[in-house]
Design a protein around this ligand. Structure first.
Ligand code: KG4
Ligand code: ZN
Length: 372
């Protein structure tokens, strides 16, 4: 069965086609039109501007996704669309497009949670890759990975989510203020590094590690120190707003002492900030995995592109004897393959006799949709 995924919750207009086979899921196309450059000059995403761009680009992205997959709309068995959480005007554009397709071509349609999508980025094999890499893929649906623990880290979310099965989630911890990706973006902005900040900070942190330890795998010493917020708290919640403020105060203090923010000082700030942010994520994830006796840890969300996070989580899960999975790099950011995949699992769980509820009439947007 071929599934068409549609994602417009933020600043990427994305449409993809995947094919669910008996034992694996194949990505046939993954079309994305990014608005990052447009929003960069505002330092963040402007919702109405995002919606206007989605409306402008979605037809073209749809055509590209079909052409790349060498199929047409008749070959599609299911439409899966993000219905929340996200920016309301942006979500509505994708939802309206998806509902219109479902109505016009009489296709079943399913509305999915954007975070359910991120979780399912772990089930996707990159186009053209045939070999099995245990860290990258849970291709075999029979895999005994449940209960699994998901660490979802993006620009809008930082969540630890227990997964008993596809669609069966329980949030056990989340950020009390800023999301971790948001903290990367805000710190980058105050250092004048541009938007989105995550990749910039990661690059400069790596530079510092290479210059001072010779490798990003070895810890480098820093004079600048930042706190590890809530690392010792008994719950599984996070807080990133204080860490961002610590960076702000450090930058002010350096300026007041007439210390120039040279490249090496900025690199050191990025390194120590990234280390502080990620240490908390890794420690809390491992603690939760032990407490809930989960069989696997799954990383996802835009921040899962961070190499240091991938390495630290992988290393610590191996030490604890827990299976660890991470999405292929091309599926870490917002895309529609993951939405198609989450939709497929929801559809597959429903008995054939009840599938009439997958109608265009029943799909509703919810900008604050929660996983559990
Ligand atoms: O999942 P995503 O593409 O969009 C949301 O749903 O929010 O996540 C975007 C976030 C941004 O905050 C961006 O700075 C962050 O992911 N990000 C990174 C890296 N690449 C993207 N953060 C840290 N290190 C990275 N390499
Ligand atoms: Zn996302």
């Amino acid at each position: 069965m071929k599934i068409l995924g549609i994602e417009t919750s933020c600043d990427e207009t994305a449409i993809a086609i995947i094919e669910a086979k008996s034992s694996r899921i194949e990505v046939l196309s993954n079309a994305i039109s990014s608005q990052v450059k447009l929003h960069a000059k505002f330092g963040g995403v402007v919702p109405n501007l995002a919606a206007r761009e989605h409306a402008k680009n979605i037809g073209h992205v749809f055509k590209t996704a079909l052409a790349d997959a060498e199929t047409d709309i008749d070959g599609i068995g299911l439409i899966s669309v993000t219905r929340g959480p996200g920016l309301a005007p942006a979500l509505l554009t994708g939802l309206t497009f998806a509902r219109t397709l479902a109505w016009k071509y009489d296709k079943p349609i399913v509305g999915v949670n954007h975070l359910d999508g991120h979780i399912h980025s772990n089930w996707l094999m990159p186009i053209g890759v045939k070999t099995q890499n245990s860290k990258l893929k849970i291709q075999n649906f029979g895999d005994k990975i449940f209960p699994a623990l998901n660490l979802i880290v993006s620009g809008g979310h930082t969540e630890l989510v227990l997964m008993q099965d596809h669609g069966k989630y329980k949030i056990i911890g989340e950020t009390l203020d800023d999301a971790v990706g948001e903290a990367f973006d805000k710190v980058a902005r105050l250092l004048g590094l541009g938007y989105p900040g995550g990749p910039q900070i990661a690059r400069l942190a790596e530079q510092f590690a290479l210059n001072n330890a010779g490798s990003i795998r070895i810890n480098a010493d820093t004079i600048i120190k930042f706190p590890r917020p809530m690392i010792k708290s008994k719950d599984f919640n996070f807080s990133y707003s204080g860490l961002k403020t610590s960076v702000l105060y450090k930058v002010r203090e350096l300026k007041e002492n007439k210390t120039k923010l040279t490249d090496s000082v900025v690199n050191e700030i990025c390194y120590e900030f990234q280390k502080a942010a990620i240490e908390v994520l890794v420690q809390k994830t491992l603690k939760a995995a032990a407490q809930f006796k989960t069989k696997a840890v799954l990383l996802s969300g835009g921040v899962s592109a961070n190499k240091y996070l991938r390495e630290e989580l992988s290393k610590n899960c191996a030490k604890a004897g827990i299976r660890y999975f991470q999405p292929a790099m091309e599926y870490t950011g917002d895309n529609a393959t993951m939405i198609a995949c989450a939709g497929y699992f929801r559809y597959a769980q429903i008995p054939t006799t009840s599938r009439n509820k997958f109608s265009w009439k029943s799909i509703k947007m919810d900008a604050n949709l929660s996983l559990s």
